[in-house]
Design a protein around this ligand. Structure first.
Ligand code: ZN
Length: 61
């Protein structure tokens, strides 16, 4: 595994942990920017999503 891949994996793990903490706080699936609900289909694809589709495109995340 290259150093870059390891860094990428670490980022993924951190994102997942953040998502898990959000579940604990009952704000999982809520956009961090506009506080609208993130559509379910997006959460299915990317469970660690912290922003809704419109904010992602505006913020270029
Ligand atoms: Zn949003």
């Amino acid at each position: 595994m290259t150093k870059l891949q390891k860094e990428h994996n670490k980022d993924k793990i951190i994102q997942n942990l953040t998502a898990i903490q959000k579940v604990d706080r009952d704000d999982y699936g809520i956009c961090a920017e506009c506080e609208e609900k993130i559509i379910f289909g997006r959460l299915m694809l990317l469970p660690e999503s912290t922003h809704c589709v419109s904010c992602i495109s505006e913020l270029n995340l």
